[in-house]
Design a protein around this ligand. Structure first.
Ligand code: GDP
Ligand code: MG
Length: 297
């Protein structure tokens, strides 16, 4: 099923009542411009959330700070409604001096916590809107070397506030061997800096199949992803979402070609509810107690 998003699996993840009401899910994308963030979002949700954009004329005034832009879409699949919000952060990493690139992003995430707290404190708490960021896809440039100072600084500042999911952007520009080595180096850097990235929880008494799936997903982190807005023809006459090269086609939905399928499994099909839960139970709760402490409550 090409392009099937798969959040209709959510009835297995949560109870029926919230299924009928629909889900709110907010994901953020961060990374230097041109790394394929908008394309990957379109590919993940099989929806043109980001239409192709006109390049800025050279004379145009370029912004000098990181902007926060949020767009929403209602997607329905097998009778399950998902209200998706994507928070984009154009400008991140694009300046001569990027030292403070993380700051407006932290502020945005915390202001969403603030708005949630404010709603919780109301007398009428029937209609709480959850605009908190449930996951942050962090796009790593496919250099094949190591993380940059900018990457480390961002993740160090953000990991206590949001579920970080690192991805290697445009993985079709690296060979398989380069990807293996790059992943190992990235994980070593992340461990060295004590950065916490999102880990799927492991439950006791899980059946073997579920455990194997969890392990397989975990083994692919950081996901080497390829996105595409186009359907292309393969040599053997199939039509696939992918990117065509003189030497062949890179298929987005083919697990032998990249980790797109595993990333979608992590974000949408298997762990969307866990991402929401961890945001609420751990990240938001920690922020809330820090805030109350700092207010002397
Ligand atoms: P953004 O600035 O991070 O949102 O990047 P875009 O999604 O606008 O993509 C920038 C350019 O990279 C476009 O020309 C895309 O077609 C191309 N692109 C997007 N994803 C990929 C990918 O996975 N591999 C390759 N090689 N190019 C990509
Ligand atoms: Mg973009």
């Amino acid at each position: 099923l090409m392009g099937y998003v798969g959040f209709a699996n959510l009835p297995n993840q949560v109870h029926r009542k919230s299924v009928r009401k629909g889900f709110q899910f907010t994901t953020m994308v961060v990374g230097e411009s041109g790394l394929g963030k908008s394309t990957l979002i379109n590919t993940l949700f099989n929806t043109p959330l980001y239409p192709p954009k006109e390049p800025l004329p050279p004379s145009a005034e370029r912004p000098k700070t990181v902007a926060i832009e949020s767009i929403g879409a209602d997607i329905e699949e097998n009778g399950v409604r998902l209200h998706l919000t994507v928070v984009d952060t154009p400008g991140f990493g694009d300046f001569v001096n990027n030292d403070d690139s993380w700051r407006p992003i932290v502020e945005n995430i915390e202001s969403r916590f603030d708005s949630y707290l404010e709603q919780e404190n109301r007398v009428n708490r029937q209609k709480i809107v959850d605009n908190r960021v449930h996951a942050c896809l962090y796009f790593i440039q496919p250099t094949g070397h190591s993380l940059k100072q900018l990457d480390i600084e961002f993740m160090r500042r953000l990991h206590t506030r949001v579920n970080l999911i690192p991805v290697i952007a445009k993985a079709d520009t690296l060979t398989d061997e380069e990807i293996v080595a790059f992943k190992a180096r990235i994980l070593a850097d992340i461990a060295h800096h004590n950065i916490h990235i999102f880990q799927a929880p492991s439950y006791e008494n899980e059946d073997e199949e579920t455990l194997a799936e969890a392990e397989e997903i975990a083994s692919k982190i950081p996901f080497a992803v390829v996105g595409s807005d186009n359907v292309v023809d393969t040599n053997d006459g199939r039509q696939v979402r992918g990117r065509a090269y003189p030497w062949g086609v890179i298929e987005v939905d083919n697990e032998e070609h990249c980790d797109f399928v595993k990333l979608r499994q992590m974000l949408v099909r298997t762990y969307m509810e866990e991402l929401r839960e961890y945001t609420n139970d751990v990240l938001y709760e920690n922020w809330r107690s820090e805030k109350l402490l700092s207010m002397g409550v």
